[in-house]
Design a protein around this ligand. Structure first.
Ligand SMILES: [Zn+2]
Ligand SMILES: [Zn+2]
Length: 265
């Protein structure tokens, strides 16, 4: 059985936990995708799900921005948790840390096997050194995770074909971003092709990935200033409402609580 939960989503800190429980009674495998939460917050949010930091088998870091990497070194040092990241991501993430531990090197298109979970990383356009997003599978079901991407690309849509669940960035509403208080350079960065995904872009990507087996879609990395959950949900609903995948469950992950466990059966 494969399930996942967001522990927090957005510019204040991202972490998504994937858990696979083999049906032969073997121990579960748990992989944390990004760790942008400080240790105490991570512990509290894991405890709310009945888990400890030491229960995490590995961390995959998508890129070096602090909302994704801020708590990784503490987790690695305290619990010896193996960390996977691209070489570019890890070089940037550890540039200001003396004697930082090494990571296991993830590469675009190279499968990583951790216990009963396999990770399939793929490159994305984002203003970081070597960002990778990914899908995670237990051999039966697959969850796609995609945040921090400036624009949907054919390669990314291809990488996410056939997923049973998607955690998909719905960062901003372009009208709210344009009318908001952010300085012009930041608006350009967020809305640019190496920034963040607008609701409509997420809907277009979802439209390109939807299929009968897509059971769950979680809107993620919502901007507090430049988006509203109802706008993100309406955009996603517009993409799945037409055609075959109308049984798909929709929700959004929030900054403080993420979302509850989502089980894929
Ligand atoms: Zn981010
Ligand atoms: Zn980022």
């Amino acid at each position: 059985m494969l399930r996942f939960t967001s522990l927090g989503s957005g510019s204040s800190g991202n972490a998504t936990l994937i858990e696979a429980k083999p049906c032969d009674g073997a121990p579960p495998t748990r992989v944390l995708v990004d760790c942008g939460l400080p240790p105490r917050q991570l512990a509290t949010r894991l405890a709310a799900r009945g888990l400890l930091a030491g229960d995490i088998d590995a961390v995959f870091v998508t890129h070096e921005h602090s909302d994704h990497v801020g708590g990784v070194l503490a987790l690695q040092r305290r619990h010896g948790t193996p960390v996977w990241a691209s070489a570019g991501t890890w070089a940037q993430a550890t540039a200001r840390h003396q004697n930082a531990p090494a990571c296991l090197v993830a590469r675009d298109g190279e499968l990583i096997v951790i216990g009963s979970i396999s990770l399939a990383p793929f490159a994305v356009p984002h203003d970081a050194a070597e960002p990778l997003q990914l899908s995670c599978s237990d051999g039966e079901h697959r969850v796609g995770i995609l945040t921090d991407i400036g624009e949907p690309t054919d390669a990314v849509a291809l990488a996410l074909q056939g997923c049973d669940a998607l955690l998909l960035e719905t960062n901003h509403d372009p009208a709210l971003l344009a009318a908001g208080a952010y300085p012009a350079w930041l608006k350009r960065r967020i809305g640019g092709d190496r920034g963040h995904l607008a609701n409509g872009q997420a809907a277009a990507l979802l439209d390109a990935c939807r299929h009968d087996g897509l059971r769950h879609v979680v809107g993620a990395h919502l901007s507090r200033q430049n988006n509203r959950p109802e706008l993100a949900l309406a955009a996603l609903r517009g993409a799945i409402g037409q055609g075959c995948a109308s049984a798909t469950q929709l929700t959004v992950a929030d900054a403080a609580n993420g979302c509850t466990w989502i089980e894929i059966d």
